[in-house]
Design a protein around this ligand. Sequence first.
Ligand SMILES: Nc1nc2c(ncn2[C@@H]2O[C@H](COP(=O)(O)OP(=O)(O)OP(=O)(O)O)[C@@H](O)[C@H]2O)c(=O)[nH]1
Ligand SMILES: [Mg+2]
Length: 584
Amino acid sequence: MVGRCALSPRVFLPFLYPTIFRVNGGNSARSCLIVAGARHNSSSSSDANSGDALVVHPTSRLNPEPDDFAQPYFADKAKITVFAGAGGHGCISFLREAYMEEGPANGGDGGHGGNVYIQAVRGETSLHKLTRRRFIRAGKGKTGQGSARGGTRGDDVVITVPVGTIITELSRKDPEAENALWESQHNKKTRINIRRDDGTEEGHEEVPEEDEYEDDPGRKKWMLYPGISSSEAKSIILPDLPYRDRVYSQPKSPLYLDLSKPTPRPILLAAGGLGGLGNPHFVSKERMRPLIATKGEEAMSMEIELELKLLADVGLVGLPNAGKSTLLRSLTNSRTRVGNWEFTTLQPNIGTVVLDNNKGRPTITSFRRTTDTYVDDVFSPTAAAKAESAELERRTNFTIADIPGLVEGAHLDKGLGMEFLRHVERANVLAFVIDLGAGNAVKALKALWSEVGLYAQMREEEEQKRAREARIEWEVEAGTDHAGNYWPTTRAMADYPVPEPETTGLSIASKPWYVVATKGDIPGTQDNFKELRNYIHDVTTGTEQHPSAVKGAWTKNCTVIPVSAINGHGVNRIVHWTVGLLDG
Ligand SMILES: Nc1nc2c(ncn2[C@@H]2O[C@H](COP(=O)(O)OP(=O)(O)OP(=O)(O)O)[C@@H](O)[C@H]2O)c(=O)[nH]1
Ligand SMILES: [Mg+2]
């Protein structure tokens, strides 16, 4: 993996050494700088500035006023409850015509309830639309009508989320599954009793007790003609509920979806209930005029948590006030907030670097691998991997995520780090932004890497815990043993030893990375830069270990790119270098 822009380790840019590039008393190199005493960076340490006049930059797009910014709505977490639509009831009705006293049954079936789907689409960047909606409901199926008119189907709902969203099921309520469980348990109970009595010549079926029968959810599924009396209702003989094929089956519990790619078709989250059957379904020789129909199925609901891990190509990692947002502005059209204080950025910003001249002519030639996966694949990662069809596509842009600054202990949730570190977790390339004017750059880089490394280990532990929990617990369905003893549905645990978790931190440390040494225009930062450059060189050659101290971390082609983001100097190198790393 080699960066496109092979930096000569000995090249220094004019803003780092203005004196070398000064022509005729330095007018040209210093033309962009106004020397005065008005504004200076609090971050620029006194030693860095010693002996030089303070540099003031005119207000511009790269050095905006603190209130000159655009703040898009953003949320990266949401908790919602989705309700599938209930099925409409079947109808009890009879044909009424002149001279026809007792017409045939003609009640229509109820419509099926609507489904709730989820789809990851490009273009969405936030979950803020969902945070305000606690409930999302699909439409109910309409009740059937007379003259054999079926009820209309409930409307489906498709929830669109940004690519990079993870959906975790917190709880679900599926009345139909509960009913089915009740029935299976009670049928089994009855069957066991028959078997026990089978020693005699004629085994008899045990009649369920009265109140147990009343609880039978199967009985509650019926609708009786409103015109019949209560005594008639009690004595009415109900047929067995007809077996019905499901149009959609509910996704398996617990649901976990990692939508790291756009889904070509929506994925089913909750299937709507089946519509009830109208009375013509129950016509028989004995029951010529059925006064019964079935109710529509009850709706299933599920509480889910959505977590967005932004999928940017490059993640900017830096201490607060390092100049990340200014760098993002200089590379993209972003209007993120810039200010000379810590934690100016409170939420991640994504900027897009355009690699063509907006007329289709590329300024840099780059290719990306495109992958297509299909709906069912998201449930089975191995199947997804197999089904992946990869082909090369010309890259016209790449995205950069600017996240709030990290402080020491960010992985322990200090500062704003922890909340936003997960956005870097998925970036393909990491760019460490180091302020050359804020003390020792090598120390700063090591501090940043150590936070990122610790965070990666923590995430790995979490992932392993989740995988362990998913593996060792399962449900044992109700049943009988060989002696005919009945047991109810129980949860079981594996009794084999679980392997010790191994956290390497490689999930992040194995990513390609580089350093952006910013604020190179601050006088007196050359030595700091030189030390950093030598250190990075040693890391690449293996003389120094990776700054995170993680074994096997990526050290293939580390580099440091000096820039002065506020002047837009040197930033083009970042674009070229990033493209080289992204293309691999
Ligand atoms: N001299 C100089 N100042 C810079 C440069 N880049 C940024 N600054 C200044 O540094 C200060 C902080 O810049 P930001 O871009 O807001 O820094 P940040 O890393 O996004 O800060 P947080 O969002 O708080 O983490 C601002 O006053 C910028 O004008 C640079 O290249 N040279
Ligand atoms: Mg910022």
